[in-house]
Structures are given as C-alpha cells and as structure tokens.
Design a protein around this ligand. Structure first.
Ligand code: CTP
Length: 398
C-alpha cells in the first residue's frame, strides 16, 4: 500500500444507497497512508452523516459551497488544486450527467470542473439507469476525456433486482486506486509520439482523397500513455475526437505534413507508435481551383507518398518503433514483412475485414508481433483497453 502514502485524495460521495460503502473506502485509504478529504453532495447527506466521514477521514467534510468557513471551503476550488486524485464513490447517474455537461452547481461538480487531477469514478445505480443510452453516452464522454471508470459489478441491487450497477467492494475500489498510482508512474520520464487518424490528400481546394480511419485507436494510446506519466505528442490527421487532456496535439492533414511534424519530433522521443492510416498516394497535380464538372471522364494521376515509418526505421537510434498493419489477407506474413522492411520493434496487426476490428469501430481484434517473431493474439476488446495492453507490451520490450 506504499503507493498511497501521503497521496491527497478528494473523495466525492453522491446520493445513492451505496454511499455507506464510501465510509469503508475512506477508512481503507486513510489506513493506507492517504490524506482523505470528503465532499458530499446534498443527496449523500441523506444516506450517511457528515460526522461519520469527518471521524473516519480525520478532516473537515465539505457539504456545501455556501456554508461556514472551514479549512477547505475558504476558496471554493482549494480542494480541486490540492487533489492528487478525485475519487467519486458512488457516482450516481445524476452526477455523471451533470459532469458530462460541465455543470458546476455544488461543491463536488465545481471541484470536478476545476481540477487538473485525475478523476476516478465508480458508477452505482439501478441497471436500467446504468444501461440507458443517455447514461452510457455520458459515461463514454467522460471516459474519452480521460476519466477513469471503475466498472460496476453485477448482482443483487438495493432496488430489488439482479443486474449490473452494483458498487464494487471497497477493497477492490482501493486496489484500483492503488494500481492507478502505480501505473501512472510506469512511463514517467518517457517521451512518446503517437500518430493517429487518416490523412487527407487534396485534389482541389474543396476535395480530397481520404480513408475511414477515425483516430480512435491512436487517441486511446495517447491518452493511456499520458495516464501512465509519459510526455505525449499526438500527431493527428483530421478526426472528430477531442484530443486527450495534457497531450500536445499537432493537427495535420496530408501525409507530407505528417512526415514533417513527425521528423521534427523524432530525435527527442523514446517511443513512436504509428497508428495513423497514412495515404500511400497523393494527387500529382493538385488543382488551385475547384475542378469543374465536364462530360468526359476525370483522370487523377497519383504519385507515391513518402513512407514515414520506413524513414523512421532508417533513422532509428534509441527509439522503440511500433507500427500498425491493417490487412484484409495474409495478416501475419504481411505484418512480419513490414517489421523487417521498416526496421520496427513491434507491429500491431489487425484484419480490417473482420467485424469488430479495424477502422471506425470502438473495438479491435489485434495480434501483437515482435521483431523476434513472437505472435500474441488478443481477444476482441475496446480500443481503450487494447491501448493499455499495447503499452504493457511496449514497456516489456524496453
Ligand atoms: N505508414 C507510414 N507512411 C506511409 C504508409 C504507412 O508511416 N506512407 C505507416 C502506418 O502508420 C503504419 C504502417 O506504416 O504504422 C503500416 O501501414 P500500412 O498502410 O498497413 O502499410 P503500408 O506500408 O502502406 O503497405 P500496404 O498499404 O501495401 O499494406
């Protein structure tokens, strides 16, 4: 439990029946050496008293923004600045919805909006509320912003039914927090460059040649590397995704501009992960004006783009170089060929013709192949969780 020693944890407690379990969470955190500061929502005070948390945490408890002045509510964002982590146990559907909208109408939501600390939350609610698309949309919004969810367990719920929505046991919540801190230290001091999304190759001022890559895999890797303490640079082609918090994001459009951005950063980085779907060809004579419709066929001449990853392989010094291989046939053979041709340390191969894999999906099915020929096949999983699996393997190589 050394990981938690002197860590300042702001524990947000919201108004659900599972609020009583937050008492044990506070107790375990404190026993493990953490400094615990509790913020209760008004709803939470209907389930557990402020006094209980004050006694257990050994610190004043905040229940309102407008109450008596105590050590912490002098300045209403003091706890937001002080926190090494904001942990919400339990997180009700209401709190999740308010947070996803950026509301700040009480001390907890204000702190969540103001803090730069990592946020961990443990949803607990009725199954139908949890699986409701509105709640799920709010959850994925928060997770995409870098919030860390402790998934709810399944079992008997206080509302009398069996289903998903139970708060995990306090011991497991504290283990999650501890692992989180252990993980965030694991890539500290490393500089990671990630490329993501597809490229746009212009045809004329209004048209381009592009591909179906959404950027989800690359953004997930960048976000996860940041969570693990790395300094992260994300070079991204056009994508609808919000760049992860704390990651330096360089937006580019064409393969040539991606090459320029990547080469400029390359000498100082330790790890490169090229998840981008780079166009292999570009239009030879890009028209300065919008091409007008004519009766005859339109012929575009394409010329080859530079292979950025191959160039990085040639220039490689200390860097660990990871490529992606999107294939529709002979997955392993082609991926192995790319490792050699581009001088890679690892390649993430996926068969983009399989359902649940490849472009513009939330999940992926990947094979991780290392230079020594080792092949590891991972089951279908979310791109978020695969990002962690990939980084675990990259760190093993170093
Ligand atoms: N890549 C790159 N520059 C290119 C093309 C690809 O840096 N011009 C990188 C991709 O980011 C990916 C890896 O090379 O990490 C493999 O990309 P992929 O499109 O699968 O392979 P290609 O080398 O383009 O070969 P092919 O299209 O024939 O499969």
């Amino acid at each position: 439990m050394a990981m938690l020693k002197d860590k300042k944890i702001v524990l947000g407690v919201t108004g659900g029946i599972a609020a009583y379990k937050a008492v044990e969470v506070a107790s375990r955190l404190r026993k493990a050496g953490a400094e615990v500061h509790v913020i209760m929502t008004k709803g939470a005070t209907n389930f557990v008293t402020e006094l209980t948390f004050r006694e257990i945490s050994g610190n004043p408890v905040t229940t309102t923004m407008w109450g008596e002045v105590t050590q912490w509510n002098v300045e209403h964002i003091a706890l937001a600045n002080l926190a090494d982590m904001v942990l919400i146990v339990p997180a009700t559907a209401n709190l999740i919805a308010k947070a996803a909208c950026g509301m700040a109408d009480d001390m907890l939501t204000t702190t969540l909006l103001a803090t730069k600390a990592p946020i961990v939350y443990a949803p607990a609610m009725n199954s139908n509320m949890y699986t409701n698309p509105l709640t799920q949309e709010n959850i994925s919004k928060l997770n995409n912003l870098g919030w860390n969810m402790i998934p709810p367990a399944s079992g008997h719920l206080a509302c009398g039914i069996n289903g998903v929505g139970r708060l995990p046991e306090p011991v497991d919540i504290v283990a999650f927090v501890e692992n989180y801190f252990a993980k965030t230290a694991s890539m500290a001091g490393l500089k990671v460059l990630v490329t993501a999304a597809g490229t746009y190759e212009p045809i004329d001022p209004v048209r381009y040649i592009g591909n179906r890559s959404s950027g989800k895999m690359g953004y997930a890797i960048a976000r996860e590397a940041k969570k693990r303490g790395a300094e992260v640079i994300l070079v991204s082609g056009p994508s609808a995704l919000t760049p992860p918090e704390g990651v330096r994001t360089i937006k580019i459009e064409s393969a040539s501009s991606m090459r320029e951005a990547v080469l400029a950063e390359y000498p100082s980085v330790d790890i490169v992960i090229k998840a981008a779907a780079v166009a292999d060809y570009r239009v030879k004579n890009v028209s300065d004006h919008k091409i007008k419709k004519k009766d005859e066929e339109l012929v575009l001449h394409l010329e080859k783009n530079p292979d950025i990853l191959k160039e990085l392989g040639e220039l490689k010094q200390k860097q660990t170089l990871v490529g992606f291989a999107a294939e529709t046939q002979k997955l392993i053979d082609y991926a192995k060929e790319k490792i050699q041709k581009k001088n890679l340390d690892m390649i993430i191969a996926n068969d983009v013709s399989k359902p649940g894999a490849g472009f513009n999906t939330d999940t992926n099915i990947i094979k991780i192949i290392t230079r020594d020929g080792n092949i590891e096949e991972l089951p279908m999983a979310s791109k978020d969780s695969l990002a962690g699996e990939i980084l675990d393997r990259v760190m093993k190589l170093r």
